[in-house]
Design a protein around this ligand. Structure first.
Ligand code: SAH
Length: 367
């Protein structure tokens, strides 16, 4: 098991969407273009959803040509979209090198959440996760993370607004921290996407040295994939645990000043029948979380062909959450969204729609 930082794959030319505003202004200045032109370009890209330089009518023609000569503008195109019966939309996006990633749009009554990917595949090989079984290809660039959001916004109904963003798609965000951080700066900058940072959640399997640097970027929420109450079990489910075991993980979170009651950490606990769903587990958990402002998100295992685990029965799930609740733990049961199109947690593996699923895959090319 290794958690070395993989290097970002070079895209042919720098992409305008690889840079948050401070970096974009600096790049423009270096080339002798006024820095405020960077702000104008960002407004076109992120507020007006325009990614054709010719349409950026408040820029002089020669500047548009100069930008065009130096930068790429788009990085991902939509290959297919799949619509779940519950309104969830999973879409497959293709990059310049033929690699593909998935993003999932989850409309709910009071919010619309997009789940974004940060890597093509994942190096962490968690034994219950379909993405882990794919292996690791490369990190996504900032532009590729940002394009997932831009493309998803185009699929929304006119009355829908993308309100929440979760970094819970393919990959381990903290093994791609530079690109993820720059994307978060763009998402939270009022001059770019202008999202409230508290509506952005980044999930990690526990790459401990990168937690503080992540939380310094913006006041976002942190989610941590815990999934077990003993190292023995967590070593098997999340092999990264051998490098960063439970006690070190919890010590790091306990010492983190940016985690507090206003900004609690969300622990994800995927329940697998006979593996981590016992009453003993439920009784151990509150003690482990002592002193950490937190909520626990219980997710019944979403089964898939690459893992031998199954969700527990409804009774076992209810018993588990009841023990936590009675011990004063703030616990929520995550509703299962998009399971019929393999879009639920841990099911992202670039699987083609199955002919039996009965859900039409709408092909949409992105001109
Ligand atoms: N690598 C990061 C981001 C992935 S987030 C992380 O580990 O946190 C996806 C979440 O879904 C994680 O909590 C992951 O552990 C969980 N998950 C993976 N496979 C799952 C499955 N089959 N059923 C339910 N949850 C799963």
């Amino acid at each position: 098991m290794t958690a070395e930082l993989p290097t970002t794959h070079a895209v042919r030319r720098p992409n305008l969407k690889d840079y948050a505003l401070p970096a974009l202004r600096a790049l423009f200045k270096e080339r002798g273009w006024p820095a405020y032109r960077g702000d104008q370009v960002a407004a076109w890209l992120y507020k007006n959803d325009v990614d054709c330089l010719d349409a950026m009518t408040n820029l002089p023609g020669d500047l548009r040509a100069a930008i065009d000569a130096d930068f790429d503008l788009s990085s991902l195109t939509v290959v297919t979209t799949q619509h779940s019966t519950d309104g969830t939309i999973k879409f497959l996006l293709g990059a310049f090198d033929g690699t593909q990633v998935e993003a999932v749009l989850i409309p709910e009554e009071r919010r619309v959440t997009l789940c974004v990917s940060t890597q093509v595949g994942c190096p962490l090989t968690c034994s219950f996760c379909a993405t882990g079984a794919l292996g690791f290809t490369r990190n996504l660039t900032t532009a590729e993370i940002v394009d997932q959001v831009l493309q998803a916004r185009r699929l929304l109904e006119p009355d829908q607004l993308l309100s929440n963003l979760v970094f819970m798609g393919m990959g381990e965000p903290l093994l791609n921290l530079p690109a993820v951080s720059e994307a978060i700066r763009l998402f939270s900058d009022p001059k770019a996407f202008g999202m409230a940072p508290r509506r952005i959640t980044v999930s990690t399997a526990g790459v401990l040295p990168q937690i503080s640097p992540l939380l310094e970027v913006a006041p976002i929420h942190l989610a941590v994939s815990l999934h077990a109450t003993t190292n023995e079990v967590r070593d098997v489910l999340v092999p990264l645990n051998k490098r960063f075991p439970i006690e070190k993980l919890l010590e790091t979170l306990r010492a983190e000043p940016r985690i507090n009651r206003r900004r609690p950490v969300f622990f994800e606990y995927t329940l697998m029948a006979g593996v981590n769903d016992s009453v003993e587990d439920a009784r151990r958990l509150p003690g482990l979380l002592e002193g950490i402002a937190s909520k626990v998100n219980v997710i019944p295992m979403n089964p898939h062909p690459d893992a031998p685990y199954q969700p527990p029965s409804r009774d076992v799930v209810d018993r588990f959450t009841a023990v936590l609740h009675n011990a004063g733990v703030r616990v929520t049961l995550r509703r299962d969204r998009g399971r019929d199109i393999d879009a639920a947690c841990g099911q992202l593996a670039n699987r083609a729609p199955t002919p039996t699923s009965g859900i039409p895959a709408l092909t949409r090319t992105n001109a």
